[in-house]
Write a protein that binds this ligand. Structure first.
Ligand code: GLA
Length: 393
């Protein structure tokens, strides 16, 4: 059986209840939410200025809160897996003094977003966070927290409202306060996601094309391996550096500008591992464009084939998969009615995404459950809207 997850209004009710318990009777003035995401194809291409094709999820982070008169900020998380303490109190930065990251880790995303907010100074406030995006599961729980918090701050003190620069500010927060040199995909789709659509994002021009994804005969299944290997932290920046090395040897601004022929010609001047990383990126950018065209035409078999090619390339050339993700993909591909399956997100654990015919959903879940050594969690999802205000009073 697929997992059920709380609806946005149930999550908002939870956050409001906790707010009442912590801060007393007066209800919060503002409630907002921002989604997690699943990437259908285009992995490790965003920081190479390539294309990605994610969609926003019905799994979201909600923030409720109110402006206060005091000088301090209080933020409480109702998220079960967040590290302790679940309440932080701090003063807003004055005279541009930085808000340093520290412990608990969940609060660093909040501090980072305050630091990079585009319309300082901010008033003091108190807020409660609640989320249905599994933490550390590769579905962008951190981007959804950043974007939800930014959206909350916009209600307290409006900025210019530009959505792309909002995503860029949230990406900055992740760089400086979580120490992850991520690309723009997660924050972008959490801000600009559109119900019933995946987004083909050009990570160079930062333009997005919505691709309809509402065929009732089609299901998008996310399978959480429920493993996370500790490599993630160090391997991601290493991959980024290898890509930068490849583009500098090729004399290009980024691998977006490189062709397979460029790579073959430069092969002798590239370390083997750097060549393989670059080959993944150049081919994955091409696959993503083709996949968006296939989806547009309803050519699901073609789309599925590209998903599997993407997975194999991430496994063999980019080396960011792991045994558990490979097992989940192989198991899914054994079921009739499955078009394609691949790891999604940064890798080394987290989730796979599978595209299949709606009638095959039960047998697919059952088969994966039987074949996978661990205990997976399943989510049947639909493309959802980006960040939004839920209530304002
Ligand atoms: C993580 C990063 C994204 C992207 C993916 C890999 O999710 O946050 O920016 O690089 O990995 O595609």
């Amino acid at each position: 059986m697929a997992s059920s997850f709380p609806s946005v209004s149930e999550l908002e009710a939870t956050a409001r209840r906790v707010y009442g318990q912590v801060f007393g009777e007066e209800p919060p003035q503002v409630a907002v939410c921002a989604p997690g995401r699943v990437n259908l194809i285009g992995e490790h291409t965003d920081y190479n200025q390539g294309f990605v094709l994610p969609m926003a999820l019905p799994l979201v982070t909600v923030v409720v809160g109110s402006q206060t008169s005091g000088p301090d900020v209080t933020v409480v998380t109702a998220t079960e897996d967040a590290d302790e303490p679940r309440r932080v109190d701090f003063s807003l930065p004055s005279d541009g003094a930085p808000l340093s990251p520290g412990l608990p880790r969940w609060a660093n995303y909040v501090k980072g977003v305050i630091q990079h907010y585009k319309a300082p100074p901010l008033p003091a406030f108190r807020a409660v966070v609640a989320s249905s995006v599994p933490l550390g599961g590769g579905l962008s729980s951190s981007a959804s927290l950043e974007v939800a918090f930014y959206t909350f701050l916009q209600q307290l003190k409006p900025d210019d409202g530009d959505k792309v620069s909002k995503a860029l500010s949230c990406q900055q927060a992740e760089h400086t306060h979580a120490g992850v040199p991520c690309g723009i995909m997660d924050q972008f789709v959490s801000v600009l996601g559109s119900e019933g659509h995946a987004l083909l994002i050009d990570c160079r021009s930062l333009e997005a094309t919505p691709v309809p994804l509402t065929d009732p005969g089609l299901v998008i299944l996310i399978t959480n391996s429920n493993v996370r290997h500790s490599l993630t932290g160090s391997e991601y920046p290493t991959r980024r550096r290898q890509c930068e090395e490849a583009s500098s040897v090729l004399g290009k601004d980024s691998l977006r500008d490189a062709t397979i022929r460029d790579l073959e010609e430069a092969k002798g001047r590239l370390a083997d591992v750097v060549y393989r990383r670059a080959l993944h990126v150049v081919e994955e950018i091409q696959r993503t464009v083709k996949a968006a065209e296939a989806l547009q035409k309803g050519a699901y078999k073609e789309f599925g084939k590209l998903m599997v090619e993407s997975h194999n390339s991430l496994r063999d050339l980019y080396e960011v998969s792991c045994r558990e993700l490979d097992e989940l993909v192989s198991a899914a591909m054994e079921v009739e009615g499955v078009f394609g399956s691949r790891m999604t997100g940064g890798g080394f654990g987290g989730c796979t995404v599978t595209l299949l015919q709606a009638h095959a959903i039960d047998k697919t879940i059952l088969h994966i459950q039987e074949r996978y050594g661990g205990t997976p969690t399943f989510y049947v999802t639909t493309p959802s809207a980006g960040a939004r205000v839920l209530t304002m009073s």
